[in-house]
Design a protein around this ligand. Sequence first.
Ligand code: NDP
Ligand code: OXD
Length: 308
Amino acid sequence: MRLLFYTAGENAASWLEAVRRAFPDVRIDGWPSTFASEADYALVWQPPVELLRSLARVKAIFNLGAGVDSVPDLSALPRNVRLVRLEDAGMADQMAEYVCHAVLRRYREFDAYAEQQRLAEWRQRPRLRKSKFTVGILGLGVLGTAVATALAPFGFPLRAWSRTQKLSAGVETSTGFSELDDFLAGVRVLVCLLPLTSQTQGLLDRARLSRLPRGAYLVNVSRGALIVDDDLLGLLDDDQLAGATLDVFRDEPLPPEHRFWHHPRVTLTPHVSAVTLVEESVAQIAAKIHRLEAGLPITGVVGREHGY
Ligand code: NDP
Ligand code: OXD
């Protein structure tokens, strides 16, 4: 067996070390490589398109992340080659922590109390009614489900939107673009956990975000390009939206001149809501390669027609 490894990320050395530990007897090469055309499996993050084109007989390409928008031109990959993404691999817990924090911060008005402290103002704000504090999750996949499960014990009404119909205890579910406007109406905190695809790019524009009730709050933890930045900023400036917690951006790193950096209603983090864990990810990929070698099916294969 031959493996090709490539990452455009920063910690290439620790990935390669973990891959070598998981496959002690296998030839592993980086890219550009003379044997790319003979590699059986490729493990990649943000690969150049030339790398993908050079994989003449690869059986599967493993994306070192959950989102496969980092793989350029899915349609250029041969149909018989599976593209496999990470499923959880230690990210679900992190995502649940991050989103619960953001939702509770908003519900318990910690930002408002921080402002009161700045003004030395002692004032107890009226409790918000939990039964009216609906949290809406866009995307009820691996991470969206983990977030819904983590939020459930707090007792917020939960709803989620996905492409295909889902049944999820305690979560009101809806499906498809025809149900999106109704889904958004009444959501007090909107959590975005959709993959970036041709269908979801720019989904949250002024029209859609305006379906949320006045004073709603946005948490985007999937991909920045789902949001039309200027539309979001306009709605924050107009007091239509109360605020946003943003972990992901159209351009990363977020350019220093971007208004998000200093907007009083934006809380931002540098794409850390759920970081990819090297050991867990390599273990998951190794287990899948062993299954494929044994002729067994695997999960996490990307559906090319839907782009995720
Ligand atoms: P999944 O593929 O498991 O879930 C995606 C969900 O989105 C599914 O419920 C799917 O619907 C839904 N969906 C996709 N397209 C549409 C559409 N057109 N209309 C309605 N619903 C749609 O992905 P994960 O939960 O593992 O990850 C989600 C995203 O989170 C990743 O793609 C990545 O971009 C991002 N991410 C961000 C991280 C960070 O640190 N900020 C870390 C890891 C991931 P259905 O269930 O019907 O298929
Ligand atoms: C991912 C990410 O997609 O880290 O895994 O954003």
